[in-house]
Design a protein around this ligand. Structure first.
Ligand code: UDP
Ligand code: MG
Length: 314
């Protein structure tokens, strides 16, 4: 098998037929000697997506699918696809046609130049709210500034990766997935192509702000200790200031005898200290929550049906 195309699906009934057509139209002319496969991962869709995929699978043996018992999230859907992909190269692409299938031959071409990862970088993005663009832009830049590894900015999961990278990803069993970070961490020679991100072809985004926030926190906590260190540093700074204020208070009380019933200053310092402490505890909590998720060792996802043998059972 030369190429596996992984497509996470969450309520994409309006896009699946067009996606299948466009992917076929791009991949067939590539004349891959070993052939290719589609891996549709149905992430607990509540519409007709699964029926459409099963239909395609019945007609076309290259269509393989995995369907989850519920919605586990985009990153986990991609991971499930990676677990079962057989191709020597793997493409990860969104189902809503925001990532143009027409770019795949160019991405794939670059692999033969000796790269193991070719990701697609967004030159522009259309049809997305100003708030989404702004939060995404900010997130990518904050992340880049606080991680040791260089995670490319303005880049989603649309990319082609080689077998080597897939094998490395399979050995990273972390629960809170941030796949583009993991791929940067893996290393090897990586490069990128630029593209203009289109509008969603049909349907609605499955990425609520809640899911985006989770992705952002997963990315940051998995690849950076800077927030923890910032909590420590701000702890020191605030206690330093508090100590100086304490000295002044003692001086005013016992030496200069110049003191007021200091309600205002008392309130300010209590609120300030309380706030800083809560922030620090919250940051620590984010890390501990992820630590405990990994200690539990639950499976990442539950498959309810598939036409692909689970890894290790072939
Ligand atoms: N998706 C998924 N599970 C989810 C949310 C999204 O598998 O819980 C899929 C979705 O079907 C699409 C891809 O992930 O193929 C990207 O999602 P979407 O287009 O909704 O995100 P956006 O482009 O708005 O960031
Ligand atoms: Mg989209």
């Amino acid at each position: 098998m030369d190429l596996s195309v992984i497509i996470p699906i969450y309520n994409e009934e309006t896009n699946i037929p067009a996606l299948y057509e466009r992917l076929g139209g791009v991949l067939d002319p590539m004349r891959l000697p070993g052939g290719y496969e589609f891996i549709f991962v149905n992430d607990g869709s509540r519409d007709q997506s699964l029926a459409l995929i099963e239909n395609l699978a019945a007609r076309d043996e290259r269509v393989r699918f995995i369907t989850f018992s519920r919605n586990f999230g985009h990153q986990i859907a991609v991971t499930a696809g990676l677990d079962r992909a057989e191709g020597q190269a793997v493409v990860i692409i969104d189902a809503d046609l925001q990532d143009p299938p027409e770019l795949i031959p160019q991405l794939y071409q670059k692999l033969s130049e000796g790269y193991e990862v070719v990701y697609a970088k967004r030159r522009s993005r259309q049809g997305e709210s100003a708030a989404k663009k702004l939060t995404a832009k900010l997130f990518y830049r904050i992340l880049a500034s606080i991680t040791h590894i260089s995670i490319p900015v303005d880049t989603g999961d649309f990319r082609v990766i080689s077998r080597k990278v897939v094998e490395a990803l399979r050995r990273m069993p972390e629960q809170n997935k941030f796949i583009r970070g993991q791929i940067s961490w893996i290393g090897y020679r990586q490069t990128h192509l630029e593209y203009d991100r289109a509008e969603r072809a049909g349907g609605e985004t499955g990425y609520t702000y809640r899911k985006m926030l989770k992705l952002a926190l997963d990315g940051i906590t998995a690849f950076s200790d800077v927030p923890l260190k910032a909590a420590t540093v701000s702890g020191f700074v605030v206690s330093g200031i508090a100590f100086l204020v304490m000295l002044y208070t003692l001086y005013a009380r016992f030496i200069s005898h110049d003191y007021e019933p200091g309600w205002a200053s008392l309130m300010v310092s209590i609120l300030f200290l309380g706030g800083v402490q809560l922030i620090a505890v919250g940051i620590i909590g984010e890390y501990i929550a992820r630590l405990s998720a990994n200690v539990r060792q639950r499976p990442l996802y539950i498959v309810s049906d598939s036409n692909i043998a689970p890894p290790g059972e072939k």
